[in-house]
Design a protein. Structure first.
Length: 148
């Protein structure tokens, strides 16, 4: 699976992926469940790089003391919104508002999709952000314009 980054606006982010063939209903389900799981974790604030206490400890986690106060005092890192999954031939896409989450979220998504592509559903290319010349997103139907 090839990973490409284009212009990344975390508040207005299209993610595109290309299959080698038109995906079956089962393949679509695998992909959508992966993205939905990732989104729900993001909605819960899971992608908060300011609170990586277990990661920061290293290999020896025996009797680690987890500081819940530290966890509760970091800035919120929440995803805000997700659009519908769309398919066109061998392409698929979905729009996201990653809100205040950290870039860690994208690493976790990419890691998940690499494994998914190897074991369940082949993905030829993943494009994060920007436009896709094969399927332009002229307007964002999900963007809330009430603040403008």
């Amino acid at each position: 699976m090839r990973v490409e980054f284009r212009e990344v606006n975390p508040f207005d982010l299209w993610i595109w992926w290309e299959f080698p063939d038109v995906p079956s209903q089962r393949e679509r389900q695998y992909i959508e469940e992966t993205f939905n799981s990732w989104f729900y974790l993001g909605k819960l604030g899971a992608f908060d790089a300011e609170n990586l206490q277990v990661q920061d400890i290293g290999l020896d986690l025996n009797y680690m003391e987890y500081d819940i106060e530290q966890a509760e005092t970091t800035l919120p890192a929440f995803f805000h919104n997700q659009g519908d999954f769309e398919y066109q031939g061998t392409w698929a896409r979905c729009w996201f508002d990653l809100g205040t989450s950290d870039a860690l979220a994208l690493d976790i998504l990419i890691n998940s999709l690499i494994r998914l592509s190897k074991d369940y559903v082949q993905i030829d290319r993943l494009i994060i952000g920007g436009e896709n010349e094969d399927w332009p997103a002229d307007t964002n139907p999900y963007k809330d314009t009430s603040y403008n």
